[in-house]
Design a protein around this ligand. Structure first.
Ligand code: 13P
Ligand code: SF4
Length: 363
């Protein structure tokens, strides 16, 4: 399903009028609607969120408002799906822009995962625990849930991968190779000896049976286009020009970048670390542009820059605009219609929920 064009009356309103409408509709809907927002959203959207967080915090937040019938998720598709799976059937979840997906999540297709699973089964390999990053479709989470696996986020991935390695001989980590590699290294595995990159376009992921059998973690060949852009050269450049500057990056960055950084963490951890640093601190941040610019604006007594001279916004996340949010709230208020509802099919939802609940119980 794609996004339908917004109605003309909204398209012809000024940005200021949209903001006025948003403040008014939020007030009028406050008893039956909660707005959740991810840190990468634009400023004029995020100011309307009742709750702002990283993926883990937002998944937990979604479960904390059982009295709100409507949840409007200013984020991307997999986040709205997760909220729908974790909330009751009486609650409804909407995504203000239906085309707000996640490029990384799209890199793991259920049919490719089934194929990989059959290939390793045919080798007689058992005790494989699938772990999927929350940045994945509900169908991928359902596969993982049905195979005794678990979901992780960037905020709890170390703990979850340790859990999976204790339970199985092998871990299939979906869909972010970088997060999987960084985390597996953190828990003591050797990237060369214990991990391999699984290319779904090749048979056995591009490896021979011996290699597959001897590797503990199979890293799905997916990545985030925003975080893969940060480079070692950028770190070296910052270090040479600003020797006192600390570097903090998101674990979706490559292992080479994470290894050189002073700290690595989820968006929430990045914000907490910089916020709790003393005034005068200097930070170069390897994550999405909106978040870095907002931090710099809110913490003017610290120097906060992007690690890259040309940082990117997450183009899909940024499809959600204040105008789209105004459309959802206005239709809800005027006609009691929730546009852009994200409803996960019941069988998929039940299976995916198993993998999400395992994660919630652990973290
Ligand atoms: P966080 O859970 O750290 O917010 O990450 C979500 C995401 O999509 C980062 O690219
Ligand atoms: Fe997906 Fe990357 Fe955007 Fe995060 S920043 S939502 S991983 S494309």
């Amino acid at each position: 399903m794609h996004q339908e064009p917004l109605p003309q009356y909204l398209l012809s309103m000024t940005d200021a009028a949209i903001q006025t409408l948003l403040f008014d509709r939020r007030k009028k809907l406050k008893d039956r609607c909660i707005i959740l927002g991810h840190h990468y959203q634009k400023d004029d959207v995020i100011i309307h969120a009742d709750f702002v967080g990283d993926s883990l915090k937002l998944a937990k937040a979604a479960t904390q408002y059982p009295d709100k019938q409507n949840i409007v998720f200013c984020g991307v598709h997999f986040m709205a799906e997760t909220a729908d799976i974790l909330t009751s059937d009486k609650q409804r979840v909407a995504l203000p822009e239906l085309d707000a997906g996640c490029d990384m999540a799209d890199m793991a297709k259920p049919a490719d995962i089934e194929k990989a699973w059959h290939e390793v089964n045919a080798l007689g390999i058992e005790h494989v625990i699938p772990v999927t990053y929350v940045n994945s479709s509900a169908a991928v989470k359902a596969f993982v849930g049905d195979h005794d696996g678990i979901v992780c986020t960037s905020g709890n991935a170390d703990q979850i991968v340790r859990w999976a390695l204790n339970r199985g001989q092998h871990v299939l980590f979906l869909p972010d190779q970088h997060l999987g590699r960084n985390v597996s290294k953190n828990v003591g595995l050797d990237p060369e000896r214990d991990m391999l990159l699984w290319d779904p376009t090749k048979s056995l992921g591009g490896h021979n049976a011996e290699n597959v059998k001897s590797s503990r973690v199979w890293l799905w060949k997916g990545h985030c286009p925003v975080h893969e852009e940060f480079t070692v050269a950028e770190i070296e450049d910052i270090r040479s020009r600003h020797p006192k500057m600390k570097i903090i990056v998101h674990p979706e960055c490559s292992m080479a970048v994470c290894d050189l950084a002073d700290a690595v963490g989820s968006t929430e951890k990045i914000i907490d670390t910089i916020t709790s640093s003393p005034p005068g601190s200097e930070w170069a941040v390897g994550t999405e542009k909106n978040l870095v610019e907002r931090l710099a604006k809110n913490l003017r007594d610290r120097t906060i820059v992007s690690l890259s001279p040309t940082p990117s916004v997450c183009s899909t996340m940024n499809k959600v605009t204040a105008r789209h949010l105004a459309w959802i709230l206005d239709e809800l208020y005027q006609k009691n219609i929730l546009r852009n509802q994200i409803k996960v099919e019941p069988a998929i939802s039940a299976s995916a929920k198993k993998a999400l609940i395992r994660m919630m119980e652990l973290s």
